[in-house]
Design a protein around this ligand. Structure first.
Ligand code: GCV
Length: 657
């Protein structure tokens, strides 16, 4: 077996600072982490009185003797200023975590000539979270990690927390280096075994929290809303019941006694079978606020998920629309959530599809702290068998301006920061597909600075991971830059979504897999046309959940963007897109082109032999064999399905079965 891969922090990264001297000023756990990092990188400690090549100094002590003092006003606890004095680097930090982030920033800069300017760096949001969907016991269907494509869990094994958690410490270091500061360590689907992490197994959570703490990361737990009933010995979990409220208060007090920096609870309630306040005739504000009050005295948060919909629908009932559900549930509750509740909203209204419009819940909650939820794990985007770089998708989401192009983008509107589902497991490469490491890296960097360009992030990741081989950089960029759109081109067309196999865990094509299922209906294809009518005029009315100009933009076929046309409209196969192609010809063209593009990507990778380590090359190569096979399967099933439905032949006479 391959040794554990170092991801973007191989020892080589520190070559530029090796042998240089450092002075770290300040005390405490995080400063000790920085000192240990410097030692690991081969730096020497400057003697008192000597000028160090790098000085890391708290804002309060910085620059009193400098000729040009820095403007450090309002520098937050996670912020730092990168500057130079007499040609030597200085990192001035706001708080201890700023020192740690400043250290990693310095490492990144040292890879290139960083110029001699002064940069003030602060995270855009204080909440930068990763959620693990790891189960303690092996779930009979989902396994150890739900939607995990990288082996087992780094936290759990054989129904318990691992005895050896050393990998968690290395994970924490990697996460800190990209700015992640909160991790939820168990699946939002909380089984009985997992619920016990809060109580009987708290000692095990303490072990994990101890490993995250030196890296400035707070530990969160996903909890079951029914815990007072299922593990607490009460006969109800009603959020308005006093005994229930005190059960949660006691549980929270016990946690904080042992984990003083505990982050809080993550809750999936009344969703896909998870218990919630509806069972007691209460609403989601009642439920979330009760938990929030238990945590508030300790400074904890409730991340309450907005992923609420009816998963027992009748496909015959055309009036139910899963896309509407979160808005219908939560928009009326805006303003009712306590201050320490964060409403965690998936980026789209359905479920992390390759292409969805941005969720209308986010602009609807002006008086609620909303966090944007993304999925780094590639559930619907190739399951880490396909090379798909997701940052361009996230870029589009973050740039979406819900109130029109002249108003604020989403990245400015989400006040509760960002959360995402991790793609990491106990695989030697951490992420199964080595190129999927770029997604984790990019997610972290975007939580810190949501304005970053995906291509620049990729360059940074490549340089850290593979060094400065120009062929590797060009090759990997050409594979990954457009890989999300390539994946889109050979899978479900024009925003319609799903078409994945329910039986193969959402992997591979099955056009009608969900069409007659209780989980929602997604394409309504018949001999005349395809797509879901979500207009106000004749459909489910979902388009009307957007503020202007989007409600009107999506409502009309004249203005709806091509890539979302089938999400909002049911159209004939001959409908002409803005691109000039008909819907049916677009389906054929993109599916043929997508496969050709994957072949090119695979060939590019072959050429990189010798430019990346052999074990990385082998693993990615093996994944490309599968991606090429799977892309053909998608192409042929989608094209054949629509050819048979429509009877329309391909203008270019290519092979359709
Ligand atoms: C953890 C989708 C996934 C589920 C996941 C759910 C969620 O439905 O398929 O595995 O559950 O989203 O986000 O809660």
């Amino acid at each position: 077996m391959t040794n554990e891969h170092a991801m973007w922090l191989p020892d080589e990264v520190s070559r530029a600072v090796r042998g240089r001297s450092i002075a770290v000023i300040g005390d405490g756990m995080l400063l000790d982490t920085v000192r240990a990092e410097a030692e690991r990188a081969g730096m020497t400690t400057a003697r008192p009185g000597d000028r160090a090549d790098l000085t890391i100094v708290p804002a309060a002590q910085a620059g009193t003797a400098w000729e040009e003092p820095l403007d450090l006003d309002g520098l937050g606890p996670e912020g730092f200023v990168h500057t130079q004095r007499d040609g030597r680097a200085v990192v001035v930090y706001g708080g201890a975590s700023g020192a740690l982030y400043g250290w990693f920033d310095h490492l990144r800069r040292s890879l290139h000539e960083s110029g001699d300017g002064t940069d003030r760096c602060e995270p855009r949001h204080p909440l930068r979270m990763l959620d693990h969907w790891d189960n303690v016991s092996i779930h009979p269907v989902m396994g150890q990690v739900e939607r995990g494509y990288a082996g087992g869990s780094i936290f759990y094994e054989d129904g318990r927390v691992r005895a050896d958690l050393s990998r968690v410490a290395r994970y924490a270091r990697l996460l800190a280096s990209v700015g992640i500061n909160r991790v939820a360590i168990n699946n939002v689907n909380v089984g009985r075994r997992e619920a016990l992490l809060l109580t009987e197994d708290l000692g095990e959570v303490v072990r994990i929290a101890d490993l995250f703490r030196p890296w400035g990361i707070r530990t969160h737990l996903a909890v079951s809303f029914a815990a007072p009933l299922t593990i607490g010995g009460l006969d109800t979990a009603d959020p308005l019941d006093e005994d229930v409220a005190s059960w949660w208060e006691d549980a929270a007090t016990a946690v904080y006694a042992r984990i003083p920096d505990f982050g809080g609870f993550l809750v999936k309630a009344d969703s896909e079978g998870q218990p919630g306040p509806y069972a007691y005739g209460r609403d989601h504000a009642d439920g979330a606020n009760m938990l929030a009050r238990a945590l508030a005295p300790h400074g904890g948060l409730v991340h309450w998920r907005a992923f609420v919909y009816n998963h027992r629908q009748d496909w015959r009932d055309r009036s139910t629309d899963r896309a509407r559900a979160a808005f219908d549930t939560f928009a009326p509750l805006d303003g009712r959530f306590d201050d320490n509740v964060v409403l965690q909203v998936k980026f789209g209204p359905v479920d992390f599809q390759t292409r969805e419009p941005v969720s209308p819940v986010i602009p609807a909650m002006a008086h609620t702290k909303v966090a944007l939820e993304l999925q780094v794990t590639q559930e619907y985007t190739g399951q880490q068998r396909h090379a798909v770089y997701l940052a361009p998708q996230w870029r589009e989401v973050l740039d979406f301006a819900p109130f029109g192009p002249d108003a604020a983008p989403l990245s400015d509107i989400v006040q509760g920061g960002m959360a995402a589902v991790s793609n990491v497991g106990d695989d030697a490469f951490w992420t199964g597909h080595p190129l999927a490491q770029a997604n984790l890296y990019a997610y972290g960097r975007l939580t810190w600075d949501p304005a970053l360009d995906p291509r620049a992030i990729l360059d940074e990741w490549i340089a850290l991971t593979f060094g400065d081989d120009e062929a590797a950089r060009r090759g990997i960029r050409s594979i990954l830059d457009d890989s999300w759109r390539t994946y889109e081109s050979y899978t479900a067309p024009l925003g319609v979504g799903f078409m994945v196999s329910p039986l193969r865990g959402h992997y591979g094509p099955d056009v009608d897999g969900y069409e007659y299922s209780p989980w929602g209906t997604y394409h309504f294809a018949d001999r005349d046309g395809v797509g879901v009518d979500r207009t106000v005029a004749t459909g489910t009315g979902y388009a009307g959940q957007y503020p202007e100009p989007w409600a009107r933009t999506y409502e009309s076929l004249e203005t709806v963007p091509d890539e979302l046309v089938l999400f909002f409209h049911h159209v004939p196969y001959g409908h002409r897109l803005h691109s000039g192609a008909t819907v049916i010809q677009h389906i054929y063209d993109t599916h043929f082109a997508g496969v050709e593009r994957v072949d090119e990507m695979a060939a590019t990778w072959d050429d990189l032999r010798g430019h990346v380590p052999d074990d990385v090359h082998d693993r990615v190569r093996e994944r490309f064999v599968e991606q090429r096979r799977s892309a053909r399967e998608w192409r042929d099933q989608i094209n054949t399905y629509f050819f048979r439905k429509s009877g329309v032949t391909d203008e270019r006479g290519r092979e359709i079965y």
